[in-house]
Design a protein around this ligand. Structure first.
Ligand SMILES: *[C@@H]1O[C@H](CO)[C@@H](O)[C@H](O)[C@H]1NC(C)=O
Ligand SMILES: *[C@@H]1O[C@H](CO)[C@@H](O)[C@H](O)[C@H]1NC(C)=O
Ligand SMILES: *[C@@H]1O[C@H](CO)[C@@H](O)[C@H](O)[C@H]1NC(C)=O
Length: 402
Protein backbone atom coordinates (compact mmCIF):
# COMPACT_ATOMS: atom_id res chain seq x y z
CA UNK A 1 0.00 0.00 0.00
CA UNK A 2 2.83 2.31 0.86
CA UNK A 3 4.58 1.62 -2.39
CA UNK A 4 1.46 2.14 -4.35
CA UNK A 5 0.78 5.45 -2.71
CA UNK A 6 4.23 6.75 -3.44
CA UNK A 7 3.90 5.57 -7.03
CA UNK A 8 0.69 7.48 -7.19
CA UNK A 9 2.41 10.54 -5.90
CA UNK A 10 5.02 10.28 -8.59
CA UNK A 11 2.46 9.93 -11.34
CA UNK A 12 0.56 12.92 -10.12
CA UNK A 13 3.71 14.95 -9.78
CA UNK A 14 4.78 14.22 -13.33
CA UNK A 15 1.38 15.15 -14.66
CA UNK A 16 1.43 18.34 -12.75
CA UNK A 17 4.37 19.25 -14.93
CA UNK A 18 2.94 17.92 -18.16
CA UNK A 19 -0.51 19.42 -17.91
CA UNK A 20 0.44 23.09 -17.86
CA UNK A 21 2.67 22.47 -20.86
CA UNK A 22 -0.19 21.02 -22.80
CA UNK A 23 -2.28 23.90 -21.71
CA UNK A 24 0.20 26.34 -23.13
CA UNK A 25 0.89 24.53 -26.35
CA UNK A 26 -2.55 23.51 -27.45
CA UNK A 27 -4.48 26.77 -27.46
CA UNK A 28 -1.71 28.60 -29.27
CA UNK A 29 -0.96 25.92 -31.80
CA UNK A 30 -1.74 26.58 -35.41
CA UNK A 31 -2.93 23.01 -35.83
CA UNK A 32 -5.36 23.41 -33.04
CA UNK A 33 -8.37 23.42 -35.28
CA UNK A 34 -7.40 20.24 -37.05
CA UNK A 35 -6.28 18.40 -33.96
CA UNK A 36 -9.07 19.47 -31.68
CA UNK A 37 -10.94 16.21 -32.06
CA UNK A 38 -10.84 14.11 -28.94
CA UNK A 39 -8.68 12.19 -28.27
CA UNK A 40 -5.80 14.46 -29.04
CA UNK A 41 -3.04 12.65 -30.91
CA UNK A 42 -0.55 13.62 -28.26
CA UNK A 43 -2.44 11.74 -25.59
CA UNK A 44 -1.97 8.25 -26.98
CA UNK A 45 -0.70 7.19 -23.58
CA UNK A 46 -3.93 8.36 -21.99
CA UNK A 47 -6.64 6.21 -23.52
CA UNK A 48 -9.71 8.41 -23.50
CA UNK A 49 -11.92 5.38 -23.75
CA UNK A 50 -11.30 4.39 -20.14
CA UNK A 51 -14.09 6.72 -19.05
CA UNK A 52 -17.62 5.52 -18.63
CA UNK A 53 -20.78 6.51 -16.81
CA UNK A 54 -23.29 4.80 -14.63
CA UNK A 55 -26.82 5.18 -15.88
CA UNK A 56 -29.49 6.68 -13.65
CA UNK A 57 -33.00 6.22 -14.91
CA UNK A 58 -34.16 9.74 -14.12
CA UNK A 59 -31.25 11.51 -15.78
CA UNK A 60 -32.47 13.76 -18.58
CA UNK A 61 -31.91 12.79 -22.20
CA UNK A 62 -30.21 16.15 -22.77
CA UNK A 63 -27.72 15.24 -20.07
CA UNK A 64 -26.88 11.97 -21.83
CA UNK A 65 -26.45 13.94 -25.02
CA UNK A 66 -23.47 15.72 -23.49
CA UNK A 67 -22.24 12.82 -21.35
CA UNK A 68 -22.05 10.46 -24.32
CA UNK A 69 -21.14 13.09 -26.87
CA UNK A 70 -19.11 11.78 -29.80
CA UNK A 71 -16.52 14.48 -29.11
CA UNK A 72 -16.17 13.46 -25.48
CA UNK A 73 -14.17 10.78 -23.70
CA UNK A 74 -16.96 8.48 -22.54
CA UNK A 75 -16.85 5.13 -24.27
CA UNK A 76 -19.10 2.90 -22.17
CA UNK A 77 -21.99 2.91 -19.75
CA UNK A 78 -23.82 0.51 -17.51
CA UNK A 79 -27.18 0.28 -15.79
CA UNK A 80 -26.70 -2.28 -12.96
CA UNK A 81 -28.95 -4.45 -15.11
CA UNK A 82 -28.68 -6.60 -18.24
CA UNK A 83 -30.88 -4.13 -20.08
CA UNK A 84 -29.56 -0.94 -21.68
CA UNK A 85 -31.19 2.44 -21.20
CA UNK A 86 -33.99 3.33 -23.64
CA UNK A 87 -32.38 4.72 -26.79
CA UNK A 88 -34.63 7.79 -26.72
CA UNK A 89 -33.19 8.71 -23.35
CA UNK A 90 -29.57 7.60 -23.66
CA UNK A 91 -29.02 8.45 -27.33
CA UNK A 92 -31.62 11.13 -28.02
CA UNK A 93 -29.78 12.32 -31.12
CA UNK A 94 -28.82 8.97 -32.55
CA UNK A 95 -27.50 5.64 -31.39
CA UNK A 96 -23.72 5.34 -31.09
CA UNK A 97 -22.49 1.80 -31.31
CA UNK A 98 -19.01 2.75 -30.19
CA UNK A 99 -20.37 3.44 -26.71
CA UNK A 100 -20.29 -0.01 -25.17
CA UNK A 101 -23.25 -0.94 -23.05
CA UNK A 102 -21.94 -3.21 -20.29
CA UNK A 103 -24.67 -5.45 -18.87
CA UNK A 104 -24.80 -6.46 -15.22
CA UNK A 105 -26.21 -9.65 -13.78
CA UNK A 106 -27.09 -7.95 -10.53
CA UNK A 107 -27.93 -10.96 -8.40
CA UNK A 108 -29.45 -14.39 -8.57
CA UNK A 109 -33.08 -13.41 -8.11
CA UNK A 110 -33.98 -13.44 -11.82
CA UNK A 111 -30.98 -15.25 -13.14
CA UNK A 112 -32.67 -17.09 -16.00
CA UNK A 113 -34.55 -14.12 -17.41
CA UNK A 114 -31.61 -11.78 -16.89
CA UNK A 115 -29.39 -14.14 -18.84
CA UNK A 116 -32.01 -14.51 -21.53
CA UNK A 117 -32.05 -10.72 -21.89
CA UNK A 118 -28.37 -10.78 -22.77
CA UNK A 119 -29.31 -12.31 -26.10
CA UNK A 120 -30.93 -9.03 -27.09
CA UNK A 121 -27.68 -7.10 -26.85
CA UNK A 122 -25.67 -5.96 -29.81
CA UNK A 123 -22.27 -7.37 -30.61
CA UNK A 124 -20.70 -4.18 -29.25
CA UNK A 125 -21.43 -5.40 -25.71
CA UNK A 126 -18.41 -7.55 -24.97
CA UNK A 127 -18.02 -7.27 -21.19
CA UNK A 128 -20.34 -8.35 -18.40
CA UNK A 129 -20.41 -7.40 -14.73
CA UNK A 130 -21.45 -10.15 -12.36
CA UNK A 131 -23.16 -9.79 -9.00
CA UNK A 132 -23.31 -6.25 -7.62
CA UNK A 133 -22.09 -5.78 -4.05
CA UNK A 134 -22.99 -9.26 -2.82
CA UNK A 135 -21.76 -8.30 0.65
CA UNK A 136 -24.32 -5.50 0.84
CA UNK A 137 -27.98 -5.66 1.84
CA UNK A 138 -30.52 -5.71 -0.96
CA UNK A 139 -32.17 -2.71 0.67
CA UNK A 140 -28.99 -0.77 0.01
CA UNK A 141 -28.60 -1.88 -3.59
CA UNK A 142 -26.50 -4.96 -2.92
CA UNK A 143 -27.25 -8.45 -4.15
CA UNK A 144 -26.91 -9.83 -0.63
CA UNK A 145 -25.43 -13.21 -1.49
CA UNK A 146 -23.38 -15.52 0.65
CA UNK A 147 -20.02 -16.40 -0.85
CA UNK A 148 -21.27 -19.98 -1.23
CA UNK A 149 -24.48 -19.04 -3.06
CA UNK A 150 -22.58 -16.66 -5.29
CA UNK A 151 -19.90 -19.24 -6.11
CA UNK A 152 -22.48 -21.83 -7.09
CA UNK A 153 -24.38 -19.42 -9.32
CA UNK A 154 -21.22 -17.98 -10.78
CA UNK A 155 -19.94 -21.39 -11.82
CA UNK A 156 -23.24 -22.67 -13.15
CA UNK A 157 -24.53 -19.51 -14.85
CA UNK A 158 -21.87 -16.84 -15.29
CA UNK A 159 -18.84 -18.85 -16.38
CA UNK A 160 -20.69 -20.32 -19.40
CA UNK A 161 -21.33 -16.74 -20.58
CA UNK A 162 -17.64 -16.51 -21.29
CA UNK A 163 -18.32 -17.84 -24.74
CA UNK A 164 -19.91 -14.48 -25.45
CA UNK A 165 -18.55 -11.99 -22.89
CA UNK A 166 -15.56 -11.19 -20.82
CA UNK A 167 -16.88 -11.66 -17.31
CA UNK A 168 -16.06 -9.95 -14.04
CA UNK A 169 -16.01 -11.31 -10.55
CA UNK A 170 -18.72 -9.99 -8.25
CA UNK A 171 -18.02 -6.37 -7.30
CA UNK A 172 -17.80 -6.08 -3.53
CA UNK A 173 -18.11 -2.92 -1.47
CA UNK A 174 -14.85 -1.12 -0.87
CA UNK A 175 -14.45 -2.29 2.68
CA UNK A 176 -12.87 -4.95 4.85
CA UNK A 177 -16.19 -6.75 4.75
CA UNK A 178 -16.01 -6.78 0.97
CA UNK A 179 -12.48 -8.08 1.06
CA UNK A 180 -13.40 -10.87 3.48
CA UNK A 181 -16.33 -11.77 1.24
CA UNK A 182 -14.03 -12.08 -1.78
CA UNK A 183 -11.66 -14.40 0.01
CA UNK A 184 -14.55 -16.57 1.17
CA UNK A 185 -15.93 -16.54 -2.37
CA UNK A 186 -12.58 -17.69 -3.71
CA UNK A 187 -12.51 -20.58 -1.23
CA UNK A 188 -16.10 -21.53 -2.01
CA UNK A 189 -15.33 -21.54 -5.73
CA UNK A 190 -12.48 -23.99 -5.34
CA UNK A 191 -14.64 -26.21 -3.16
CA UNK A 192 -17.01 -26.55 -6.10
CA UNK A 193 -14.45 -26.65 -8.88
CA UNK A 194 -11.08 -27.66 -7.54
CA UNK A 195 -9.38 -27.08 -10.86
CA UNK A 196 -10.34 -23.60 -11.91
CA UNK A 197 -12.49 -22.14 -9.15
CA UNK A 198 -14.26 -19.04 -10.47
CA UNK A 199 -12.25 -17.73 -13.39
CA UNK A 200 -12.69 -14.09 -14.37
CA UNK A 201 -11.54 -11.84 -17.17
CA UNK A 202 -11.52 -8.63 -15.19
CA UNK A 203 -12.25 -7.24 -11.74
CA UNK A 204 -14.79 -4.55 -10.91
CA UNK A 205 -13.97 -2.29 -7.98
CA UNK A 206 -16.17 0.13 -6.04
CA UNK A 207 -14.76 2.93 -3.96
CA UNK A 208 -16.44 5.71 -2.05
CA UNK A 209 -13.89 7.91 -0.39
CA UNK A 210 -10.75 9.91 -0.97
CA UNK A 211 -7.86 9.29 -3.30
CA UNK A 212 -5.44 7.76 -0.81
CA UNK A 213 -8.02 5.24 0.26
CA UNK A 214 -8.74 4.38 -3.35
CA UNK A 215 -5.08 3.83 -4.14
CA UNK A 216 -4.75 1.67 -1.05
CA UNK A 217 -7.85 -0.38 -1.86
CA UNK A 218 -6.72 -0.94 -5.43
CA UNK A 219 -3.32 -2.00 -4.18
CA UNK A 220 -4.80 -4.39 -1.65
CA UNK A 221 -7.05 -6.03 -4.21
CA UNK A 222 -4.39 -6.23 -6.85
CA UNK A 223 -1.95 -7.84 -4.48
CA UNK A 224 -4.52 -10.37 -3.40
CA UNK A 225 -5.61 -11.26 -6.93
CA UNK A 226 -2.02 -11.60 -8.06
CA UNK A 227 -1.04 -13.79 -5.15
CA UNK A 228 -4.16 -15.89 -5.51
CA UNK A 229 -3.05 -16.68 -9.03
CA UNK A 230 -5.72 -15.01 -11.14
CA UNK A 231 -4.51 -14.33 -14.65
CA UNK A 232 -6.13 -13.16 -17.81
CA UNK A 233 -7.16 -16.23 -19.71
CA UNK A 234 -7.20 -14.99 -23.26
CA UNK A 235 -4.60 -12.85 -24.91
CA UNK A 236 -4.53 -9.61 -23.02
CA UNK A 237 -4.56 -7.49 -26.13
CA UNK A 238 -8.22 -7.80 -26.92
CA UNK A 239 -9.68 -6.84 -23.61
CA UNK A 240 -11.46 -3.79 -24.78
CA UNK A 241 -8.94 -1.02 -24.84
CA UNK A 242 -6.86 0.10 -21.97
CA UNK A 243 -4.98 -3.10 -21.67
CA UNK A 244 -1.87 -1.94 -23.34
CA UNK A 245 0.33 -4.87 -22.48
CA UNK A 246 1.64 -3.85 -19.16
CA UNK A 247 5.31 -3.89 -19.95
CA UNK A 248 5.68 -0.31 -18.98
CA UNK A 249 3.95 -0.50 -15.64
CA UNK A 250 5.96 1.32 -13.09
CA UNK A 251 5.95 -1.42 -10.51
CA UNK A 252 8.68 -3.38 -12.19
CA UNK A 253 6.58 -6.51 -11.89
CA UNK A 254 5.60 -8.45 -14.97
CA UNK A 255 1.94 -7.58 -15.21
CA UNK A 256 1.31 -8.89 -18.67
CA UNK A 257 -1.09 -11.62 -17.59
CA UNK A 258 -2.71 -9.87 -14.68
CA UNK A 259 -6.43 -9.25 -14.77
CA UNK A 260 -7.50 -5.76 -15.84
CA UNK A 261 -9.38 -3.75 -13.23
CA UNK A 262 -12.43 -1.60 -13.83
CA UNK A 263 -13.88 0.92 -11.41
CA UNK A 264 -17.64 0.83 -11.52
CA UNK A 265 -18.47 3.21 -8.69
CA UNK A 266 -16.29 6.07 -7.61
CA UNK A 267 -16.82 9.28 -5.69
CA UNK A 268 -17.25 10.79 -2.23
CA UNK A 269 -20.98 10.78 -1.53
CA UNK A 270 -22.10 13.28 1.03
CA UNK A 271 -18.96 15.37 0.64
CA UNK A 272 -18.93 18.89 -0.80
CA UNK A 273 -18.10 19.29 -4.47
CA UNK A 274 -14.70 20.77 -3.64
CA UNK A 275 -13.71 17.51 -1.99
CA UNK A 276 -15.03 15.51 -4.93
CA UNK A 277 -13.21 17.76 -7.34
CA UNK A 278 -9.93 17.39 -5.49
CA UNK A 279 -10.39 13.64 -5.44
CA UNK A 280 -11.31 13.51 -9.12
CA UNK A 281 -8.43 15.71 -10.19
CA UNK A 282 -5.99 13.40 -8.48
CA UNK A 283 -7.75 10.20 -9.48
CA UNK A 284 -8.31 10.61 -13.22
CA UNK A 285 -4.65 11.00 -14.19
CA UNK A 286 -3.72 8.26 -11.79
CA UNK A 287 -6.18 5.81 -13.33
CA UNK A 288 -5.37 6.93 -16.86
CA UNK A 289 -1.72 6.16 -16.27
CA UNK A 290 -2.07 2.79 -14.60
CA UNK A 291 -1.87 0.22 -17.42
CA UNK A 292 -3.87 -2.38 -15.51
CA UNK A 293 -6.83 -0.06 -15.03
CA UNK A 294 -8.94 -0.72 -18.10
CA UNK A 295 -12.03 1.42 -17.43
CA UNK A 296 -13.63 3.59 -14.80
CA UNK A 297 -16.95 5.29 -14.15
CA UNK A 298 -17.97 8.03 -11.74
CA UNK A 299 -20.96 7.69 -9.48
CA UNK A 300 -23.20 10.73 -9.77
CA UNK A 301 -24.11 11.59 -13.33
CA UNK A 302 -27.25 13.35 -12.19
CA UNK A 303 -28.72 16.72 -11.24
CA UNK A 304 -29.20 17.86 -7.64
CA UNK A 305 -32.90 17.04 -7.86
CA UNK A 306 -31.97 13.38 -8.24
CA UNK A 307 -29.52 13.35 -5.36
CA UNK A 308 -30.56 11.74 -2.12
CA UNK A 309 -29.43 12.08 1.46
CA UNK A 310 -26.69 9.58 0.91
CA UNK A 311 -25.26 10.87 -2.35
CA UNK A 312 -25.55 14.53 -1.50
CA UNK A 313 -25.20 17.06 -4.31
CA UNK A 314 -21.40 17.25 -4.21
CA UNK A 315 -20.98 14.28 -6.57
CA UNK A 316 -23.38 15.60 -9.21
CA UNK A 317 -22.26 16.20 -12.79
CA UNK A 318 -25.13 18.58 -13.57
CA UNK A 319 -26.76 21.62 -12.03
CA UNK A 320 -30.52 22.03 -11.77
CA UNK A 321 -30.78 23.29 -15.34
CA UNK A 322 -28.68 20.52 -16.86
CA UNK A 323 -25.48 22.58 -17.09
CA UNK A 324 -22.24 20.80 -16.32
CA UNK A 325 -20.90 21.31 -12.83
CA UNK A 326 -17.18 21.73 -12.39
CA UNK A 327 -17.08 18.04 -11.59
CA UNK A 328 -18.94 17.06 -14.76
CA UNK A 329 -16.81 19.40 -16.82
CA UNK A 330 -13.62 17.92 -15.39
CA UNK A 331 -14.71 14.36 -16.07
CA UNK A 332 -15.40 15.18 -19.71
CA UNK A 333 -12.03 16.84 -20.18
CA UNK A 334 -12.75 20.44 -19.21
CA UNK A 335 -13.29 23.61 -21.17
CA UNK A 336 -10.15 22.88 -23.14
CA UNK A 337 -11.89 19.89 -24.69
CA UNK A 338 -15.12 21.75 -25.22
CA UNK A 339 -16.92 20.86 -22.00
CA UNK A 340 -17.08 24.05 -19.97
CA UNK A 341 -18.95 24.53 -16.72
CA UNK A 342 -22.56 25.32 -17.55
CA UNK A 343 -22.51 23.64 -20.97
CA UNK A 344 -25.67 21.67 -21.67
CA UNK A 345 -26.64 18.80 -23.88
CA UNK A 346 -29.21 19.33 -26.56
CA UNK A 347 -32.80 18.76 -25.63
CA UNK A 348 -34.16 15.77 -27.55
CA UNK A 349 -35.49 16.44 -31.00
CA UNK A 350 -39.20 17.10 -31.06
CA UNK A 351 -40.85 13.92 -32.28
CA UNK A 352 -42.91 14.57 -35.37
CA UNK A 353 -46.53 13.69 -34.67
CA UNK A 354 -46.80 11.27 -37.56
CA UNK A 355 -43.53 9.38 -37.59
CA UNK A 356 -43.23 8.16 -34.06
CA UNK A 357 -42.78 4.43 -33.89
CA UNK A 358 -40.44 4.72 -30.93
CA UNK A 359 -42.23 6.74 -28.22
CA UNK A 360 -43.22 4.40 -25.49
CA UNK A 361 -46.91 3.79 -25.08
CA UNK A 362 -46.77 4.24 -21.34
CA UNK A 363 -45.81 7.93 -21.39
CA UNK A 364 -47.92 8.82 -18.53
CA UNK A 365 -47.21 10.67 -15.40
CA UNK A 366 -43.64 11.69 -15.85
CA UNK A 367 -41.31 11.29 -12.93
CA UNK A 368 -42.27 14.09 -10.63
CA UNK A 369 -38.85 14.24 -9.11
CA UNK A 370 -37.04 15.90 -11.92
CA UNK A 371 -38.88 19.06 -12.74
CA UNK A 372 -36.06 21.12 -14.18
CA UNK A 373 -37.30 24.17 -15.99
CA UNK A 374 -35.54 23.31 -19.21
CA UNK A 375 -37.57 22.81 -22.34
CA UNK A 376 -36.46 19.30 -23.01
CA UNK A 377 -36.62 18.17 -19.46
CA UNK A 378 -40.32 17.45 -19.36
CA UNK A 379 -40.09 15.23 -22.35
CA UNK A 380 -37.02 13.57 -20.95
CA UNK A 381 -38.69 12.66 -17.79
CA UNK A 382 -41.65 11.32 -19.62
CA UNK A 383 -39.45 9.00 -21.57
CA UNK A 384 -37.64 8.20 -18.37
CA UNK A 385 -40.86 7.29 -16.68
CA UNK A 386 -41.65 4.82 -19.40
CA UNK A 387 -38.58 3.00 -18.34
CA UNK A 388 -40.00 1.99 -15.07
CA UNK A 389 -41.43 -0.93 -16.96
CA UNK A 390 -38.18 -2.29 -18.26
CA UNK A 391 -35.94 -1.08 -15.53
CA UNK A 392 -37.49 -1.95 -12.27
CA UNK A 393 -34.23 -3.67 -11.54
CA UNK A 394 -32.00 -0.62 -11.53
CA UNK A 395 -30.33 -0.36 -8.19
CA UNK A 396 -28.11 2.25 -6.79
CA UNK A 397 -25.56 1.21 -4.30
CA UNK A 398 -26.11 3.10 -1.16
CA UNK A 399 -23.45 2.31 1.31
CA UNK A 400 -20.77 4.52 2.67
CA UNK A 401 -17.63 3.89 4.56
CA UNK A 402 -14.48 5.89 4.72
C1 LIG B 1 -28.35 -2.20 -31.33
O1 LIG B 1 -27.94 -1.37 -32.38
C2 LIG B 1 -28.97 -0.63 -33.01
C3 LIG B 1 -28.37 0.16 -34.13
O2 LIG B 1 -27.51 -0.62 -34.90
C4 LIG B 1 -29.66 0.26 -32.03
O3 LIG B 1 -30.71 0.93 -32.64
C5 LIG B 1 -30.18 -0.57 -30.86
O4 LIG B 1 -30.71 0.29 -29.90
C6 LIG B 1 -29.06 -1.38 -30.27
N1 LIG B 1 -29.60 -2.27 -29.27
C7 LIG B 1 -29.15 -2.31 -28.04
C8 LIG B 1 -29.78 -3.33 -27.17
O5 LIG B 1 -28.27 -1.58 -27.62
C1 LIG C 1 -33.26 13.28 4.11
O1 LIG C 1 -33.18 13.39 5.52
C2 LIG C 1 -34.16 14.22 6.09
C3 LIG C 1 -33.90 14.36 7.57
O2 LIG C 1 -33.15 13.29 8.05
C4 LIG C 1 -35.54 13.63 5.81
O3 LIG C 1 -36.53 14.46 6.35
C5 LIG C 1 -35.73 13.54 4.32
O4 LIG C 1 -36.94 12.92 4.01
C6 LIG C 1 -34.60 12.75 3.68
N1 LIG C 1 -34.72 12.82 2.24
C7 LIG C 1 -34.60 11.76 1.47
C8 LIG C 1 -34.71 12.00 0.00
O5 LIG C 1 -34.41 10.64 1.91
C1 LIG D 1 -36.27 5.17 -11.48
O1 LIG D 1 -36.15 3.97 -10.76
C2 LIG D 1 -36.64 4.03 -9.45
C3 LIG D 1 -36.30 2.75 -8.74
O2 LIG D 1 -36.64 1.64 -9.50
C4 LIG D 1 -38.14 4.31 -9.49
O3 LIG D 1 -38.66 4.40 -8.19
C5 LIG D 1 -38.37 5.61 -10.22
O4 LIG D 1 -39.74 5.85 -10.37
C6 LIG D 1 -37.72 5.59 -11.60
N1 LIG D 1 -37.84 6.90 -12.20
C7 LIG D 1 -38.24 7.07 -13.44
C8 LIG D 1 -38.27 8.47 -13.92
O5 LIG D 1 -38.54 6.12 -14.15
Amino acid sequence: MRNLLSTAGAVVASLAVATPLLGLIQPGSAQQTTTAAFPAPSSSSLPASKRGVSYHNDTAAADYDILLSARGPVGWYYTWSPRPGPPAQVFPWGFRDNVEFVPTIHGTGKLASDIADLDKLNASSTHLFSFNEPDELAANGGSQLSPQEAAAAYISSIVPLRSRFRISHPSVTGSQRGFDWLMAFHDACFKIDAKQGCPADFIVVHWYGGFDGLAGWLGQLRKWYTEAGYVAAAAASGSGGGSSSGSGSGSGRDDTNALPFWLGELGIPGAPMDANLAMMSQTLPYLDNLPWIAKYAWFGTFRPAQANNWTGVGVAFFDDEGGLTELGSTFLGGAQKGFAVGDKGRAPPTPSPTSSPTPAPTDGGGGGGGGGGQNGAGRCFVSGAAMGVGFAGVFISVYAWM
